[in-house]
Ligand binder design. Structure first.
Ligand SMILES: [Fe+2]
Length: 249
């Protein structure tokens, strides 16, 4: 099965057995196959940061094994290493230290880092963490930006964050299938305001938040000009995250 779409998924929990994502190698491969059938050609395997803190050796080994197996079974699918780093103002210094020491990986070894917050984190807290990361030489990509209540209530803060240097990731299912109306409305608002930089599935398992992107992509391409939609689906990621095979620098 081939797809009309070309997509870089910057956010998937596909490394088996290290977080609340794929349970085992078989499930991880099924998730990658589902993704590939819908047009995803590059996946960032981005487990929660606890995987690298608590199970560093197992996470590295599980990632390498998944890459080797996928290279044989799913030709054309590229898997890059990432990490979804949980941030709070009270321990942002520890986060920057974990990055500096190499315990937390950046996105494909670039200066970009995928960061998440609790849904109730304050706008000031998010700004504080973004500023600390930027001061330390890392460019934050805000994971599933549409979920943060403080930003839903203050969309102008997203522009403040973007002007500082932060970038915005939105989950594809949030654009079409999200059941929380505030999240769906804000995800679409961010796209319409042209404040989104990257897309992800945030897929966890074949049966829990699976890679399911076609409705979201259809909404995106119907609601945006093609140039902007292509930037979100793959061009920004190819340019920023060292994905040389796309021919963009
Ligand atoms: Fe996630």
């Amino acid at each position: 099965m081939t797809s009309a779409f070309k997509v870089v998924d910057v956010h998937m929990h596909v490394i088996p057995g290290v977080d609340d994502g794929a349970l085992d190698q078989q499930m991880a491969l099924e998730m990658l196959q589902m993704a590939q059938e819908q047009g995803i050609s590059t996946v960032f395997a981005a487990p929660h940061s606890s995987a690298f803190r608590v199970l560093p050796d197992e996470t590295g080994e599980s990632f390498r094994l998944l890459c080797d197996t996928a290279a044989q079974l799913l030709p054309g699918m590229q898997i890059c290493l990432g990490c979804e780093i949980i941030c709070e103002p009270v321990y942002i210094e520890q986060v920057t230290e974990m990055l500096r020491s190499g315990i937390y990986p950046t996105m494909n070894n670039t200066g970009f880092v995928l960061v998440e917050f609790t849904p109730g984190e304050s706008a000031q807290g998010i700004i504080h963490c973004a500023a600390k990361l930027l001061d330390s030489g890392y460019q934050p990509m805000l994971a599933h930006t549409e979920r943060y209540i403080a930003l839903q209530n203050s969309p102008e803060t997203v522009e403040v964050l973007r002007r500082m240097g932060a970038r915005v990731q939105v989950n594809l299912y949030s654009l079409a299938k999200e059941k929380n109306p505030a999240v769906l409305t804000f995800a679409r608002q961010l796209v319409r305001m042209k404040k989104v930089d990257y897309l992800g599935t945030d897929a966890h398992r074949t049966y829990h938040r699976p890679p399911d992107i076609l409705d979201g992509l259809q909404w995106l391409y119907q609601s945006s000009d093609k140039e902007y939609a292509d930037a979100l689906t793959w061009k920004n990621a190819a340019r920023d995250l060292s994905l040389d095979q796309y021919g963009l620098k």
